[in-house]
Design a binder for this molecule. Structure first.
Ligand code: FMN
Ligand code: FE2
Ligand code: FE2
Length: 398
């Protein structure tokens, strides 16, 4: 894809992966993705900010050719993960005069991951500046906006903040500044999905990074995936809501049912909660896109795990999802378990609760049913729905 101008002598030179369907062998990409690299031409020095995933490396090189880049003085590495650093060795071959500018932690990771030599680096500290002549770059350590070594680079005079994975979205789009309503809706959802899958566990770090960004007050946010953001408050306000402690009156019900018993319970609870004004989203884990469920977990008040008992525990698909929830550490306030069993259902509840040991929630008394639910079981489920609905309304402020 052709280069795109961001500001005077600042260009997008990345690559778009239109048909990539999975990232990190874990998250689905309904909208493809992009790897955003940028080039900044100062009056004296030229800096390349990040690179691209190596299988798209040719596109980066073609973009540098299009801009007739003869010399790169600095390769700024904001994040060591290979989707942004993977082309550094190739760039160094083509531009042997370049120095890799990054922080101490990222330097070591680049050495470990890419076998870069020690002497190719220029290490920068938090807040340090680098002059390109009439343009200045400033670096800010921003740990845990994906990995411990992540940092931001600020083009001071132009007020463009390069945030690596932070504030990004997996979107493949040729108009990187597209602000049509349709695209705005897409950017909102895909940024939320990205936050849910990648950033959510680091909520408390992110609060500090958002305060830094407020202080810098950039005009343009230039992340390393998806669109370049000119409407900064739109995305920053969304992020502030997501990292806050506030939740919506929303309950998600991840479920599995082999012979429909648990499914009857899920259908009943869904309807009972809905009657009481709570938004409910059941996710059949055999077919659901886990990313959608993760997105709901960004601000859901509650989660009900619904599982049959299988080989003295919960169904493996439920445990796999519960494990993911435990890693993502959502701010969800309430949780419970429902399900069906043949001869002993207590093991299922124990299995799920043990898997979710990081989750700081109030556990509501579970409802486990022997076989197909009977009238008295529906009565217990109705009580469960009543209790959850009351508590959801107490805690939901969004
Ligand atoms: C592969 C398999 C393993 C099972 N293992 C157990 C078990 O260890 N303990 C138990 O109480 N029930 C066990 N059951 C019985 C189911 O939990 C029971 O049939 C339940 O009603 C299924 O709920 P469902 O209709 O929602 O799939 C097992 C059933 C299957 C098919
Ligand atoms: Fe990353
Ligand atoms: Fe990335």
């Amino acid at each position: 894809m052709a280069v795109k101008k961001i500001k005077d002598r600042i260009y997008w030179v990345g690559a778009i992966d239109w048909d990539r369907v999975i990232f990190d062998e874990l998250v689905t990409l309904p909208e493809g993705t992009s790897y955003n690299a940028y080039i900044v031409f100062g009056s004296e020095k030229t800096a390349l900010i990040d690179t691209v995933e190596p299988h798209k490396g040719k596109e980066l090189l073609a973009n540098l050719k299009e801009l007739k880049v003869e010399r790169i003085d600095y390769i700024i590495s904001n994040h060591a993960e290979q989707d942004h650093s993977g082309m550094i060795p190739e760039i160094l071959k083509l531009y042997p005069e370049a120095k890799v500018v990054t922080n101490k932690k990222c330097k070591q990771m680049l050495i470990d991951l890419l076998h870069l030599p020690q002497d190719v680096f220029k290490v920068v500290e938090d807040g340090e500046t680098l002059s390109l002549g009439d343009k200045t770059l400033q670096f800010f350590l921003a740990p845990w906006v994906h990995w411990p070594e992540t940092m931001f680079t600020y083009a001071v005079e132009d007020r463009v903040l390069f945030t690596c994975d932070f504030l990004g979205s997996h979107i493949a789009i040729s108009e990187i500044f597209d602000t049509s309503d349709e695209n705005k809706a897409r950017v909102y959802l895909e940024t939320k999905r990205y936050y849910a899958e990648i950033m959510m566990p680091f909520r408390n770090f992110i609060k500090k990074h958002l305060a830094l960004i407020d202080r810098l007050n950039p005009e343009v946010l230039a992340p390393s995936h998806g669109v370049v953001i000119k409407e900064t408050t739109f995305i920053l306000d969304a992020y502030k809501r997501w990292v806050s402690d506030e939740v919506k009156p929303l309950v998600i019900i991840p479920f599995i049912s082999m012979h429909e018993s648990t499914r009857h319970m899920v259908d009943f609870v869904t309807s009972e909660l809905s009657k009481r004004g709570v938004t409910v989203r059941p996710y059949n884990l055999t077919t659901a896109d886990i990313g959608n469920a993760a997105m709901d977990l960004v601000d859901a008040a509650g989660i009900i795990f619904a599982s049959p008992t299988v080989l003295a525990g919960a169904h493996p698909a439920i445990i796999s999802f519960a494990y993911l929830v435990n890693c993502l550490r959502p701010k969800t306030k309430l949780a419970s378990v429902i399900g069906s069993y043949g001869w002993n259902g207590t093991v299922t509840v124990k299995h799920i609760k043990e898997t979710l040991r990081n989750l700081k929630v109030e556990w509501i008394e579970p409802v486990m049913v022997k076989g197909l639910p009977k009238e008295e079981d529906y009565q217990r489920l109705r009580q469960l729905a009543e209790e959850i609905a009351t508590k959801v309304k107490e805690v939901a402020t969004l």
